[in-house]
Design a protein around this ligand. Structure first.
Ligand code: COA
Length: 148
């Protein structure tokens, strides 16, 4: 599998791909923790930007951007399908989401990193700020990167 076969594009809330993304994100981010909610409960359809990685027509990875105010935007729910990890898809989604945010005029990207993913974000230029906290039963850190 190579990145050359993968396309990145945004998709809309409420359509078939969105439903697929809820299944993919819930299966990767919540179900393994034994949690019963679906990720759609954390979405903000009126302001979210949904970005996906596609192999043909299939959604294989996804990420959500949620504007917080005029300057700050939050990257959420990065999830790469288990069979597609470690070939650069996560990194490509993060970089594309930064480009989208920059084009929209946002100055800072912020995120809640699971402790297990700190090194992944660190090598993409994100820096820890604040204290360790617990979210969906896991230790997390706020991380930020300037888009300027
Ligand atoms: C974390 C995750 C998004 C990484 O996506 P991925 O597509 O496998 O990562 P990439 O292939 O783009 O990796 C980019 C680089 O980060 C490294 N990397 C990947 N996952 C890592 C991790 N968990 N910790 C440290 N480094 C990691 C890779 O080795 C690669 O390094 P390189 O550029 O030196 O070769 C993916 O493993 C995933 O979906 N995990 C489960 C859900 C999750 O934890 N999401 C993040 C919640 S905050």
């Amino acid at each position: 599998m190579s990145l050359d076969n993968i396309t990145l594009k945004t998709y809309e809330h409420g359509y078939a791909i969105y439903a697929e993304s809820v299944k993919l994100r819930t299966g990767i981010l919540l179900a393994p923790l034994g949690r019963s909610e679906t990720v759609s409960e954390y979405d903000f359809p009126e302001k979210d930007i949904y970005l996906g990685a596609f192999l043909g027509e299939s959604l294989i990875a996804t990420l959500v951007l949620t504007p917080l105010n005029d300057k700050r935007i939050r990257m959420r729910q990065l999830a790469v399908g288990e069979n597609f990890r470690n070939i650069g898809i996560g990194k490509a989604l993060v970089k594309r989401s930064e480009a989208i945010a920059r084009d929209l005029g946002f100055a800072t990207m912020t995120l809640h990193a699971r402790e297990s993913a700190l090194a992944f974000y660190d090598q993409l230029g994100y820096r820890r700020c604040g204290e360790r906290f617990v979210e969906v039963d896991l230790p997390h850190w706020v991380m930020e990167k300037s888009l300027l």
